[in-house]
Design a protein around this ligand. Structure first.
Ligand SMILES: [Zn+2]
Length: 80
């Protein structure tokens, strides 16, 4: 399965050896290197939060804010 990174908003693959039926731990995004705390139950993401943003020059909050803005912009763009 894959999980959407909260920082770069790209899907990152969860390692095959990880038990997605029940997992509560950290995953590193392969795209941006961010560290995410995830909780998986029955192959679904129950909880996901940023532990450390991959971009070194921005704090997690700043990156999150930027990502949210970008997402909003994208939605607006799609709606025309
Ligand atoms: Zn990422």
């Amino acid at each position: 399965m894959k999980i959407e990174c909260l920082i770069c908003l790209k899907e990152t693959a969860i390692p095959n050896n990880l038990n997605t039926q029940k997992y509560d731990g950290q995953i590193t995004c392969r795209e941006c290197g961010s560290l995410l705390q995830v909780k998986l139950v029955k192959s679904k993401v129950e909880q996901c939060k940023v532990v450390r943003a991959g971009h070194p020059s921005l704090s997690a909050d700043e990156v999150l804010k930027a990502a949210r803005e970008a997402k909003k912009e994208g939605k607006r763009f799609l709606r025309g």
